[in-house]
Design a protein around this ligand. Structure first.
Ligand code: ATR
Length: 280
């Protein structure tokens, strides 16, 4: 490392299991960049001072993960339109004047991953069914609205949470009962699971796909396992499927470009590298 080494990182609490250092590390090596990307365990009470000291630490910015994505919004000096609409920041870039710009690239990651894994997919093609109303759902809903999904149906176990979210995002989202999920899929051009169901150690997502049109693209934000029960069943029926690991990889691109000056690519080698880390 030299004075010229470009530095960034990721902050969260806990941070041990973050895959971000591995994927940024892969890109730094691949593009032969004199750079450093480290994980930092930062407690909420230290979040503000950590972010405000980024420039003094010689860092060009940082990714932000749980539980700091919402709090960071009020710490940075400026936020981009996406972060404002989603209500959360996942990428902070130190500007030339030392001020902090917060952005949210999760929706970008979602859309890029969909296009990457299914080039025929377009949000505009038809209604999207979104399961879950947590933080991940917010970013995906904003992305689908902006990409022109003609109709969005939102279903969540706790219906009030879905109604609140649909209200906040201002029209274009219709809320249905969680119990109706197997019926509602008959309308879908896109089906997205944003709940934690189907994740290793969590209960499975119980949904009957028999009414789902065969052309509908099915995606899951869960990527442990990479092929969730939902994706497995959808694939068996002949539906195009998009796994959730790509969203993580694509959301990292804008930050890497801002900090290290190269527009990185999501390749099979990168996916294999990250999958190997996940297995170890
Ligand atoms: P995040 O912010 O990362 O999306 P979250 O806020 O914990 O995480 O949201 C998890 C999502 O999974 C929520 O939509 C949650 O539904 P509730 O809002 O009703 O809690 C959903 N979820 C978790 N466990 C579930 C279960 N057993 N059945 C149905 N939905 C579940």
């Amino acid at each position: 490392m030299t004075e010229a080494t470009l530095k960034a990182g990721v902050i969260g609490w806990p941070i041990d299991h973050s895959l971000s250092p591995h994927l940024h590390g892969f890109w730094l090596e691949h593009y032969k960049i004199d750079g450093e990307y480290l994980p930092f365990a930062v407690e909420t009470e230290n979040l503000k001072s950590f972010l405000k000291s980024l420039a003094d630490q010689g860092r060009r910015g940082t990714n932000v993960t749980l539980p700091h994505k919402e709090t960071t919004l009020s710490v940075v000096d400026q936020i981009d339109e996406q972060a404002k609409r989603v209500g959360a920041v996942n990428t902070v870039v130190v500007q030339k004047d030392g001020s902090l710009l917060g952005s949210n690239t999760d929706g970008f990651g979602f859309l890029e991953n969909m296009h990457d894994q299914n080039p025929k997919w377009a949000a505009k093609r038809g209604p999207a069914i979104v399961l879950g109303a947590g933080g991940a759902a917010r970013a995906i809903l904003v992305a689908l609205l902006e990409a022109g999904a003609p109709e969005i149906r939102l279903l969540n176990r706790t219906k009030e949470r879905a109604e609140e979210l649909a209200g906040e995002l201002g029209g274009g989202i219709k809320v249905d009962d969680w119990a109706a999920r197997s019926e509602v899929v008959s309308e879908a051009a896109t089906l997205v699971n944003t709940t934690s169901l189907g994740m290793k150690g969590q209960p499975p997502l119980e949904i009957d796909l028999s009414r789902l049109p065969e052309s509908a693209t099915v995606t899951d934000i869960v990527y442990t396992p990479l092929e969730t029960g939902l994706l497995k069943n959808a694939k068996k029926r002949g539906n195009p499927v998009v796994d959730g690991l790509g969203m993580l990889l694509h959301q990292a691109r804008p930050g890497f470009q801002a900090w290290f000056g190269v527009e990185p690519e999501v390749t099979k080698d990168l996916r294999d590298h990250v999958l190997k880390v996940m297995e170890s």
